[in-house]
Ligand binder design. Structure first.
Ligand SMILES: [Zn+2]
Ligand SMILES: [Zn+2]
Length: 387
């Protein structure tokens, strides 16, 4: 039996070096050119079969053991955020206005090194492992376009595993949650059409701004009054634009926002619920409206059996008392598309410190010692499922 822990320890410096290399060259959604070239080169050096250019910059490395068995997908996201880094790190971003503020550099490094380690122990494995690197997780999404281009076929993927660095749980812990873990996220755009006119003569106008304020408060009533309080649901209006001068009643208002839920029924009902409310308010106030509801990522729902596998492996890596159940997050993740089409689990790697720095912060950083934990967990999951 291989000593997987020892093998990962031998690659600890490699995973840190890769993370730093990538941290220096952050690329935002659908511009991951250098990152994907770096990824492909590493996989080729390992002698894996490599496909590039999937949904622009997506990469898949194939580890084929030559023996029949299931197919496991190990997924990492490659994109950075349009944020100017303020960490002062010696390996800080060299790309103006871009930063790996969501830790995707760490995700890529961990899957690449897992590929190296698993390649060393491939005689202990059956079936196939696909190491998948996707663009554009931060939006508009790279997972779905890669699936549309067939990454889950030939051979058909049975299991999917992904991991996110997680500041909400302490360094050295690993978070595993079965069932819904992250929310579905959507976007809505509402245009309220009234009739503009003189600020002193409201009776000749339909005040779109005033109608808009009523729409905002009515939308807030959906989650507070229409929904089962035991089912978390969020409606947020994040933008409200109306008006051009102090003495003009605006004829138009633009509202843009997002909805979140873990529940598939609620997710499928948002568009109609929102439209009913907006129509009611606008009709009662003599305004017209246009509304566009754009469905985003589905909820990220972990399979119970797979969560158990990950939990078991994580306990071997971090220790039994270091595997925790993280709180659900209303954030969204396009890992969800892989989980919809195969049994899978998206787990959390603790990077939380005393002084909390959230993901997407221009000061986000992590203790690189945790990266080996992620690599070893990935590898143990592969050995558990394909060993
Ligand atoms: Zn993010
Ligand atoms: Zn992320």
């Amino acid at each position: 039996m291989v000593d997987i822990h020892q093998l990962v320890v031998e690659h600890k410096e490699l995973v840190i070096r890769i993370r730093r290399d990538l941290h220096r060259i952050p690329e935002t959604a659908y511009t991951e050119k250098k990152t994907s070239a770096y990824v492909a080169e590493h996989l080729r050096r390992e002698g894996l079969e490599v496909q590039t250019g999937i949904a622009t910059y997506g990469v898949v490395g194939l580890l084929n053991t030559g023996r029949p068995g299931p197919t496991l997908l190990l997924r990492a996201d490659m994109d950075a955020l349009p944020v100017t880094e303020d960490t002062g790190l010696p390996f800080a971003s060299t790309h103006d206005g871009a930063m790996h503020a969501c830790g995707h550099d760490a995700h890529v490094a961990m899957v690449l090194v897992a590929a190296t380690v698993l390649n060393r122990v491939k005689d202990e494995l059956n079936g196939t492992i696909k190491f998948l690197f996707q663009p554009a997780e931060e939006g508009p999404g790279g997972a779905k376009p890669m699936i549309d281009e067939g990454v889950l076929e030939n051979p058909q993927v049975d299991y999917s595993i992904g991991c996110h660095v997680w500041p909400q749980i302490p360094e050295g812990t690993i978070g595993v949650r079965s069932g819904p873990f992250m929310a579905a996220m959507d976007r809505f755009d509402i245009k309220i059409i009234g009739r503009s006119g003189h600020g002193a003569m409201p009776h000749f106008c339909v005040d779109a701004l005033e109608v808009g304020t009523q729409v905002v408060s009515a939308l807030q009533r959906i989650s507070s009054r229409h929904m089962n309080p035991l089912e978390p649901a969020v409606v947020t209006v994040g933008m409200f634009h109306a008006g051009t001068a102090f003495n003009i009643i605006p004829g138009e208002a633009q509202l843009t926002g997002t909805t979140r839920t873990f529940n598939l029924d609620i997710w499928n009902s948002w568009a109609e619920r929102l439209e009913t409310v907006v129509r009611g308010v606008c009709e009662s106030m003599g305004a017209d409206f246009e509304m566009k509801f754009s469905k985003g990522y589905p909820p990220t729902i972990n399979d119970d059996m797979m969560a158990e596998v990950v939990r078991r492996c994580a306990q071997k890596v971090a220790g039994e008392d270091k595997v925790v159940v993280p709180e659900q997050s209303m954030g969204g993740e396009d890992m969800s598309y892989f989980l919809q089409q195969s049994k899978g689990c998206f787990y959390a790697l603790g990077v939380g410190r005393q002084e909390f720095t959230p993901l997407h912060s221009n000061r986000f950083d992590l203790d690189e010692n945790v990266l080996a934990l992620g690599v070893e967990t990935h590898c143990r999951i592969a050995l558990d499922l394909l060993g």
